[in-house]
Structure formats: structure tokens, C-alpha cells
Design a protein around this ligand. Sequence first.
Ligand code: 13P
Ligand code: SF4
Length: 349
Amino acid sequence: MTKKSSPGPAALANEVDRLAASGLEALGYTQAELERCAGLTLEIKRLKAEREAVIPAHVYQRAELIHGVADFTGDSYKLAKDCVGTTAKRIVFCGVRFMAETAKILNPDKEVYLPALEAGCSLADAITGADVRKLKAKHPGLPVVSYINTTADVKAESDVIVTSANAPKILRKLYEKHSALIFLPDEWMGRNLAAELGKKLGSELIIWKGKCIVHENFDPGSVKLYRKMYPGVKILAHTECSPALVKAVDFTGGTGDMMKFVEGTNAPTYMLVTECGLGDLARTRYPEKTFVPMCRLCPYMKATDLARVKDVLERLPAAHRIELDRGLMDRARRSIERMFELAEDTTKN
Ligand code: 13P
Ligand code: SF4
């Protein structure tokens, strides 16, 4: 590693200006916070070049990571695709473990690091590979469709992976050939998919009981109240929200779809019913639009910060490196690649 030389005052001042203009100032970062962030982002950028690393960041990540150091930002699908295309030697994943595992499965010869070891996910924790094997024994021959929010073990037991961006499309395609499917682990997403596709739960769509600790906390009863408070507001909910909430809102989809909806409509106010990182990103991308302040933090997503990213790049600690069995990765990769094929298949269904 080359010897660290501290950035001069001019470089620091430029970085503070860049961060402020990127949207952090509008989000309320103080001068002192911007200065603290600038010292870290400059150092991370230096280390990133030295380590030949790339930094993907999910849209729920802290704004200083997204605007300060990320090479690409997006929903789970986009991040998986962007990781396939990278020529970097190392990936430092600003997201949660299942995302870093997906990056590793798609890049078995690269080093993939997760800066915060506690960055799990309640959905990924809801089911194990052994549970999937039992489900398959109970419903022989049914294809297993797993949400990307699952461990590598579960992906290896699955036939196809989906994300919130492509689940309805992929399920529709699978139903052309199969009368019943297993979908796991998100119960509410499963219920929402069954309603959207007109499938019977328990026979045509077998679901699991996993929940996202962020999206399970939104109260459908408050939608009416918000409509009164903000006349003309467009209310958007993530597909992981409850069926009752999904029924009450104007649009449902993944984070990428929600951003596209905001971009493509001209409403006075928007309310994004999801983790608050998306609202922060929307405020920086669409400063001319108004977003109702609301917040539900994902403790897993917010566990990563600039100091931890810097530490991982500096030390490349083995404990933070994602290590998975080769055979398991090969099996899991097949189900992810099947998702890419089906999601990008443009033949009509
Ligand atoms: P998407 O960004 O793919 O919609 O996923 C949301 C999520 O919960 C990730 O943990
Ligand atoms: Fe998991 Fe929910 Fe957090 Fe996403 S927001 S990482 S689904 S717990």
C-alpha cells in the first residue's frame, strides 16, 4: 500500500463543496458533518483506486455513501447486474449480506467485502436451505421461486430468483408452463403477487411466512389521513408492504419502479412508503418535487458508514470477505442467471 498523504486544505474544501452540491446540504448535513465526510470520502477514493475496488450502494444506504463514494447505486436487480459487468478486482458492498453474497456468486473469482457484519435482513433470516428442501419434498415438482433477499444456501435450492423489479413478470412466464409455484420467503409479497396474478394461495401459489421488519410496520389506516393532509399526493408503496396497504395506495413496486414513477408523473407531492433512504435519494434527484417526510430506518441497511468502508479498504479483513463453497455458488448462480434470462426476455406473455 502506498503511504497515505493527508489531503491539503484546498482538496478538502473542494470535496466539501462537491458533497454539499450533490444534495447532502439540502438533506440537512451541517458544515461540520460535511467536513468530517469529506476527509473520509477523499481517503476512501484513494484507497479504492489502490485496491482496484468498486463500491456498489443500495438506494437505502446513507446519503454520504451514495453521493460520496458509490460507483453505482440502484435496486437489488440493478446492483446484481452492475456487479456482473465490473472489471474491478474487489467489490466493497454497501448493502446487506444477501446482496454481497449475490455479488460473490456472480463474481466467484473476485474478493467481495461486507463492511458491516451485522448487515443482515429479516427476510433472508426467515428461511434456510433445509426449510426449502422440506418444502420441495412436500410439494414435489413445483418450481421454487425465491426473492433475492435470501441466503446463498436458499438460492442454491431454488429454480429461479426474482427481485421486486421483475417478480410479476417472471411469475407470469412461469405460470405459462406450471399450474402451481412456490414463492418464498416474503409472505406479503407472496400475497400481493397472488392478488395481482389472480392465483389461489395455498394451491396455485405456496408461500412462506417471512416479513421485512421495515415494511411490516406501515399502517394502512393512515393512508386516508395523509390524503387529507396533502391533497393530490401520490402514495407509493414497496411490494413488501401488506396487501391492505397495497390496496390503499396509488402505485406499488420495487424501489427502482418507485423512482421511475416519481420521474414520470407530475404530482404536487409524493409519499414513498418504504425505507427512508429512498426518500432522501428522491429529494436529491428531484429537488423540484415535494416528498412527505416519513421515516422507517432499516437497521441493517444503515449499519454501513464511511468509517467502516474505509477500514475494510485499508485492512481487507478476512472476517469481512464473503467466502462461499464453489459448488453452492454454481447452483445459486444458475437460479440468478435464470432470473436475468426471464427478466430480460421480451417475448410477449
Ligand atoms: P429493491 O431495492 O430491489 O426494491 O429491494 C428493496 C429491499 O428491501 C432491499 O433490501
Ligand atoms: Fe431486509 Fe427489509 Fe432491511 Fe430490506 S429493508 S434489508 S428487506 S429488513
